[in-house]
Design a protein around this ligand. Structure first.
Ligand code: ATP
Ligand code: MG
Length: 209
């Protein structure tokens, strides 16, 4: 074996040793954190931000929940009239869905009827948040209802605070109110880097809805 090759092998093994030592340290730290995380409670998660992926993330968790034979329920506070692939699938799996009857859109002019529709959907959400047989409640796009005062922030905070202790809740939507993110256990902000729509690509069935 040439001198150069021997040197390379030695360097490689030093690199490997360093890598193994680093990984061991990371594993020890992670194990320590896993051992320390002993609290069992229903998690309140807020998924906000301007990037694409908030609702799909919420629905991903609903699928995860149902996949473990647990019970999930969904209230959609926007796009009620839209066809939506996740609804077609999850309703077949026994997940109750409620949406705002008017199919609220950005163009809506009638504040009174929007408030009524939001309140009707919110009453259903409140029932879910009081039902200890439901393991996960997804309140998709609820942030907007709070922003527009169609649903009172205090009502949402109280219902989430007083829910069954093991129930998980996810609220999605842009510009989540600070008090919602303060109350939440987990907050994720989806950042927009770019979106196909801006380049003129049409919203696609099975991808965007
Ligand atoms: P998704 O339902 O795909 O997870 P989202 O819940 O993060 O998206 P919303 O703000 O609820 O996003 O918007 C819903 C629709 O608008 C989706 O069809 C999505 O593709 C589109 N959308 C999301 N983010 C952007 C963006 N930054 N620019 C343009 N369109 C967007
Ligand atoms: Mg959404």
């Amino acid at each position: 074996m040439s001198q150069d090759k021997k040197l390379n092998e030695k360097e490689l093994s030093e690199k490997e040793q360093k890598h193994i030592a680093r990984q061991k340290k990371i594993k020890a730290e992670v194990d320590e954190r896993i051992a320390a995380a002993q609290t069992e409670k229903g998690v309140f998660q807020v998924i906000t931000g301007n990037g694409k992926g908030k609702s799909t993330s919420g629905f991903g968790t609903v699928a995860r929940c149902v996949g473990h034979d647990k019970k999930a329920a969904v209230v959609q506070f926007i796009k009620g009239g839209w066809e939506c692939g996740e609804r077609n699938l999850l309703e077949k799996a026994g997940v109750p869905f409620t949406h705002m009857e008017t199919g609220f859109t950005w163009e809506t002019q009638n504040r009174e009827s929007d408030t009524k529709a939001a309140q009707a959907a919110w009453q259903v959400a409140k029932q879910y948040l009081a039902d200890d047989t439901i393991d996960l409640v997804l309140l998709d796009e609820l942030t907007y209802m709070v922003t527009y005062d169609y649903v009172q922030l205090e009502d949402v905070l109280n219902a989430v605070k007083n829910r069954p202790p093991m129930q998980c809740v996810i609220i999605t939507g842009r510009a989540a109110h600070r008090e919602l993110t303060e109350l939440a256990d987990t907050v994720s902000e989806v950042k927009n880097i770019k979106h196909a729509f801006k380049a003129g690509v049409k919203a696609q069935k099975g991808f965007d809805y």
